[in-house]
Ligand binder design. Structure first.
Ligand code: CU1
Ligand code: CU1
Length: 288
């Protein structure tokens, strides 16, 4: 029977507690840091001439879908009632309400060093030490809304512009494409700085701290954010029936993207699964 992923703002106090406790246990077991390590390992920008499975590539969506399923599996081995909730950042836009409450993700970082001081993932609470990072900082950091140079979360119009794209992705399948659902949602735009960050990318920058960079998985909001991104893929499929993951075939030897993107029927490393097999997950979970 498929399980349900819920809107984080609709979780009961008991559901919040069980989700948090399961996360802390997965962290204690070392499984969480393995997922951080996988994400860091697959942070390959499109300036590099090797395979990009996770970002700046068509498989951005299936790759993160699979990573979420790995975390969710670990959580459900701890507590079978737990699923990953999603954070609808088009609606829950305040830095002092859900999901930033003391009984869920905790609050903003303090001004001096951006260290998160409240909630279950604060360093001083004793259960959330960052061991796999791109810096030596061991505490969770956030800068919600970027105090020094404020940015806004993506609007529902910005998200709508992604859902309205009829084609999944277009050549050259990287961060430069201006059409297609995948990059309009992933959010690599034109120009420099905050104007260029859209949708998914903009949310990482709005949260700030460890959410900016390859070790973003260290902030548990990563999962709530990516569950909402994953929900958009499901919505896009419903709106554009018959349109599938692209490219269907690997770019040929003469193509600059040869060997650098994952085609529909190719394995998505590090897993033994293809984007095609990850398109329909209705037998595993649904969104409520
Ligand atoms: Cu990622
Ligand atoms: Cu992300």
């Amino acid at each position: 029977m498929a399980y349900t992923r819920k809107n984080a703002s609709l979780l009961t106090p008991t559901e919040r507690r069980r989700f948090v406790n399961a996360l802390l246990e997965v962290k204690r077991r070392g499984e969480y840091d393995e997922l951080v390590r996988t994400h860091v390992q697959y942070a390959v920008p499109d300036g590099e001439r090797r395979l990009r499975a996770a970002h700046m590539a068509p498989s951005f969506l299936p790759w993160h879908r699979k990573l979420l399923l790995e975390l969710e599996g670990a959580l459900r081995r701890v507590d079978a009632s737990v699923t990953v909730p999603y954070w609808d950042w088009t609606r829950d836009r305040a830095a002092d309400s859900l999901p930033w409450t003391d009984d869920l993700l905790g609050g903003n970082g303090r001004r001096s060093d951006r260290q998160v001081m409240t909630g279950p993932f604060a360093y001083r609470a004793g259960h959330w030490k960052i061991t796999v990072g791109v810096t030596d900082v061991q505490y969770l950091t956030r800068d919600l809304g970027r105090a020094a140079d404020p940015i806004q979360l993506p609007t529902d119009q910005a998200l709508e512009s992604a859902l309205a794209e009829p084609v999944y992705d277009v050549a050259p399948w990287d961060s430069t494409v201006t059409r297609g659902f995948r990059n309009t949602l992933e959010g690599w735009g034109r120009g420099h700085g905050s104007a260029s960050w859209r949708n998914h990318n903009r949310v990482h920058h709005w949260v700030g701290g460890v959410m900016v960079g390859a070790a973003s998985v260290n902030d548990p909001v990563f999962w709530l954010h990516h569950a909402f991104v994953d929900l958009q893929w499901t919505r896009w499929q419903q709106r554009h029936p018959g349109n599938h993951y692209l490219p269907a075939e690997p770019p040929g030897p003469g193509d600059a993207q040869h060997g650098r993107v994952v085609a529909r029927y190719e394995k998505l490393p590090p897993w033994d699964v293809t984007p095609d097999e990850l398109e329909d997950v209705t037998s595993i979970y649904r969104y409520e």
